[in-house]
Ligand binder design. Structure first.
Ligand SMILES: Cc1cc2nc3c(=O)[nH]c(=O)nc-3n(C[C@H](O)[C@H](O)[C@H](O)COP(=O)(O)OP(=O)(O)OC[C@H]3O[C@@H](n4cnc5c(N)ncnc54)[C@H](O)[C@@H]3O)c2cc1C
Length: 503
């Protein structure tokens, strides 16, 4: 998967059937759906694949136990069906993971037990494991760090886990395999029209500065939390439909949570749930849900959110994790679709929405990672209906995802950092095979170092950048700029110095 090859295809194609804007879960899923149906498909991403919300999730493939408590049964069922197909179509890159919900009162044991048995029942023939009750002893054996006082027992249930950036790359690669074209660092800057009908997109290559104009039968806006920006470019009277909600995650050393099973904290101090999930040899804690006024490309965790996650984790375990124990903290914005009389984002619609503008721009937003395939199918069906393209059946239900060639053992095995198994060869593969163009692309999303340990990522940034400079044939100026930009970025993945020095 090589960017230069994709650019050649982009330049040599006069007209596209379907152009998808946005290279997150929704955009890449939509591109795969369209290419799989035999449409001449282009997907463009302004930054890097999954650089938006899609690399900042809890990495769970789930129906959403929280939505069950809110009574949203059909949404949970949808999620549970999609969970099964997601796991089936990327078996090597996903896994089934047990969750334990510890309970501290007998009636809550019954209440949560009923909910989680129902969660499994709703999945029907797509169940991935039976829910069962656990004794106090069994909970302590499974999670040695759990708070023992007043513990009555627990409930074990199953969901899926994945690496969000890895699956985005797999979606891109599979799309290319189906004849589609996928380009990162390519921005949609505006639209072209024939009368009032949308007929194409103006593009700018953010690596070279080159601009292009392409024509298309249908254009799909899959820009997640940024969907309103393109809708406003298309129709200046458009009223915003997205209410962003911020969620953060903290990554810490495995010693704080040694279990192989995940923990579900059923009631946080703000009445939500919180997960502690083993991920890439560390523990991932999250998340929060706070309404934010505007979207940001690089959202930053607030001090209150960090305290909230640490306090709730510490109160359910015998741990005293503090700000200085944080290896990395990352924030993401959920693209929630607006409802009237908004009070809090925790109750906003998590279901997806497909909208068609007066000019024919199809916008798909909302939803969640787990349901990307269904969202993509709905978006392509709508694009077909709007544009008059011939109807062709969706083929993604059994479409296996192409994860690429994997580690190339002929390349250098020199380690990048003592705390990681990543090697120089992995950087070369990221550039040659996985379309990494910037230092951030490599350290944040090809290797997940920025998300796993921001200080370690900073420590090996120079080494990684020198390998990339050689691979990409760049000069020293490029390296200086990349290092400086990455330095600024990595600071956002660490707690602020005020918070670190707080007493
Ligand atoms: C904290 C948090 C935890 C979550 N956890 C889970 C979970 O565990 N499981 C789950 O199923 N879901 C989860 N979700 C939801 C899930 O992550 C999102 O629903 C999903 O990633 C949204 O994907 P997207 O492709 O719609 O948006 P994005 O990933 O944001 O993609 C949109 C892309 O469009 C690009 N773009 C914007 N403007 C342009 C332009 N003009 N030209 C070209 N490209 C452009 C952006 O750069 C961006 O990459 C979570 C969300 C959050 C915030």
């Amino acid at each position: 998967m090589n960017r230069a090859d994709q650019l050649i295809k982009l330049k040599n194609t006069a007209h596209w059937d379907i152009v998808v804007i946005g290279g997150g879960a929704t955009g890449l899923g939509t591109a795969l759906d369209a290419a799989g149906r035999g449409f001449k498909t282009l997907c463009i991403e302004k930054h890097d694949f999954s650089s938006g919300t899609s690399s900042r999730s809890t990495k769970l493939i789930h129906g959403g136990v929280r939505y069950l408590e809110q009574g949203n049964i059909s949404m949970v069922r949808n999620g549970l069906f999609e969970r099964w197909f997601f796991l089936k179509n990327a078996p090597v890159a996903t896994r089934r993971i047990p969750f334990i919900l510890p309970v501290y009162s007998w009636w809550r044991l019954l209440y949560y037990g009923f909910g989680l048995f129902l969660y499994d029942v709703l999945s029907g023939k797509y169940s991935i494991g039976k829910t069962n009750y656990l004794s106090k002893k069994a909970v302590i054996a499974a999670i040695p760090e759990i708070r023992k006082e007043k513990l009555k027992g627990g409930i074990r249930y199953f969901d899926g886990q994945f690496d969000d950036s890895q699956i985005c790359l797999a979606l891109a690669r599979t799309t290319i395999g189906k004849g589609g074209t996928v380009v990162n660092h390519m921005e949609a800057e505006g639209f072209i029209y024939n009368g009032e009908k949308l007929t194409g997109v103006k593009l700018r290559d953010r690596i070279t500065g080159e601009t292009f104009t392409i024509t298309a039968g249908a254009v799909i806006n899959a820009t997640g939390v940024f969907a309103d920006e393109l809708m406003q470019k298309d129709d200046h009277t458009h009223r915003k439909i997205i209410t962003p909600s911020q969620g953060i995650h903290i990554v810490a050393d495995k010693k704080f949570y040694t279990s192989k099973e995940a923990l579900l904290i059923p009631k946080t101090t703000d009445g939500r749930i919180l997960f502690a999930v083993p991920w890439h040899g560390r523990v991932l804690l999250g998340t929060t849900d706070i309404k934010v006024e505007s979207t940001a490309e690089e959202p930053v965790a607030t001090d209150e959110e960090i305290h909230f996650v640490l306090d709730n984790f510490n109160s359910y375990t015998r741990q005293h994790m503090s700000v200085s124990d944080i290896k990395s903290v990352f924030a993401g914005h959920r693209p929630l679709v607006k409802t009237h009389n908004l009070i809090s984002t925790a109750s906003l619609l998590r279901d997806h929405t497909v909208l068609v503008s007066h000019s024919g721009l199809v916008t798909i937003t909302g939803g969640k990672w787990t349901t990307y395939r269904k969202m993509s199918r709905d978006a392509v069906n709508k694009a077909i209906a709007v544009s008059g393209l011939p109807f062709r059946r969706c083929r993604t239900k059994n479409q296996k995802l192409d994860l690429g060639p994997g580690r190339d053992h002929r390349l250098s095995a020199v380690s990048l950092h003592p705390d990681f198994t990543y090697t120089e060869g992995d950087v070369i593969t990221a550039v040659r095979e996985n379309m990494a163009c910037t230092l951030e692309d490599v350290l944040a999303r090809r290797l997940r170092m920025l998300f796993l340990d921001a200080r370690a990522a900073l420590q090996c940034a120079g080494h990684v950048c020198r390998i990339m400079q050689l691979e990409l044939g760049k000069d020293d100026n490029w390296t200086r700029e990349q290092l400086s930009a990455f330095d600024q970025l990595a600071k956002k993945y660490l707690p602020s110095s005020d918070l670190l020095h707080e007493r």
